[in-house]
Structure formats: C-alpha cells, structure tokens
Design a protein around this ligand. Sequence first.
Ligand code: SAM
Length: 277
Amino acid sequence: MPTVRELRATHHIHTKKRLGQSFLEDNHAIQKIVSLAGPLQDQTIVEIGAGLGNMTEELAKQAGRVIALEIDLRLLDVLRKRFSSKNRVEVLDQDVLKYDFSQADRDKKITVVGNIPYYLSSPLLFRLVSYRRYISSCILTFQKEFAERITAHAGTRQYGIPSVIVAKYMDVSCELVIPPEAFYPRPEVSSCVVRMTVKKTADDPHEKLFERVVRGAFAHRRKNLLNNLIYMGFSKDLLDAVFFKSRIDSDRRAQTLTLEEFANLTHTLAEATQQSP
Ligand code: SAM
C-alpha cells in the first residue's frame, strides 16, 4: 500500500486544514479499525471522509461493498483513479452532513466507518443517531476529548448532551487510542476509536421530548434541573408535580442524572403535559 506521503507527492495534494485533513498513515491502526468493524463479508460499509483511500482499500479487501464519501474534489479524483477497477467500491462526491444513510443499502443495515474530521464530530453524531434504524454499528475515530464526552457516565465532568443522547440508542465504548504520530499531518491531540453499536430498542413515542429535555437540562450547567426546565417554558407547579412523581430531586444538576432518570423524567413530563409524540 502506498504511504500517505507518497500519495500526496504523486497527486500534488496540499492538505486542507479547514476540512480536517489529517491522514492515518499507521497501517496497524488502519487494520485494527477495520477488524473492529468486522466480520465484513456481505456487509455494506459507508466510509466517511475517505481521503486518499488507504482505509478504503483495507475495507474493500474484506467488505461486500464500500461506499466512500468525500467532499474534496482533488481527493475524489485520487479515489476514483485508485478504485476505478474495483466495482465493490463506490466513490461519492458527498457532504456527509447531507448524506441519506437510508439509501446506502435497501436490504440490510449498514456499518459506518470513518476517521472523522473533528469539526464534524458533533453534527455527525446526531445525524447518525437520527439514521440509527439503518445502521448496525459505527466505528469512528474522534478527537480523544470528544470520545471521552460520548462515553462519559453520569457524575463526571465530561458527561453531557452527546453522552446521554448516544447512550439512549447505542452501546458505546472507546476501543483504541491513536497517538498524533500515527497521522500525517500530525494533529495536536490524540484520537480515540469509538465503537457504537445500535441497541435493539422499540421506538420511543417521546423521542423528541427526550432530546428537548436533555438539551434543556444541560443548557445552564450551574443551574439546577428545576430552573433549567422553567427556562424551557414549563410552569413551576407542573414541574413540582413531575419531579415528585418521578422521584427526582429538582435541585439536582443535569450532569448527575443517569440515562434511566432522564427517560423517567421525560415519560412523567409527557404524561403530565399529555404531549403528543
Ligand atoms: N479516511 C482518511 C484517513 O483516514 O486517512 C482521511 C481522514 S481525514 C481526518 C477526514 C477526511 O474527511 C478528509 O479527506 C476530508 O476531506 C473529508 N471531509 C471533510 N469534511 C467532509 C464532509 N462534510 N463530508 C465528507 N467528507 C468530508
């Protein structure tokens, strides 16, 4: 496999920082990421930000089909030349934040893999949650600090909106830490490969309210739950009744609430306000 530096030199590629271009050049790390996604036979993989294609090539050795998304026209050119003879690889000129994951495979759930440009981390995460019905798992390399936020538990400093929303729908774990030296150009911080496996749960009729409650509860981290929910527009009387019924102390802060407590609070609030789904 050609190295990142060789590919850049051959194709005269200057990396674009604004697109988060930092290419993974450690082949062991690439293989480990691909093995985390496996077994891949018969699977459809959507790779986010395929770059120069080294991970794409490793995925294509094993997967039934690889859909490689890229937004940079020069990199798309490199990818198209590199995979023109491999009909299992489809290279798409596609912004991942506009990609319709439901179209990737009409018959079965897909696996999403990617070394994510850091500026995309948060919006991408919520997009994947919204498309979870079409996804079996995601193996994504995030900046380590962001990975710590997604995998954080209640009561920790890192625990926040992404931790709660992702945990509701996915089992998450940090599988591998990759040091800056594994990338070219080198990022300033370490990265972490996160595995997110979509849970088999029934559809939640209060899904939208759940997300509103979580976002509202964390809106002002120093304020207690009662005040944050009052800011959302609920009356104090209603909230007093809801906190009493759900047996949650309204003086607590959002970062102390477990996923189950958020779910309970949402459910009780939905009943009290008779919110339609
Ligand atoms: N997968 C390659 C690797 O591991 O070496 C490249 C990873 S690099 C961190 C991220 C890639 O995502 C870049 O190639 C960048 O051009 C691409 N990218 C950035 N924004 C994107 C977007 N909105 N949609 C699709 N690809 C994007």
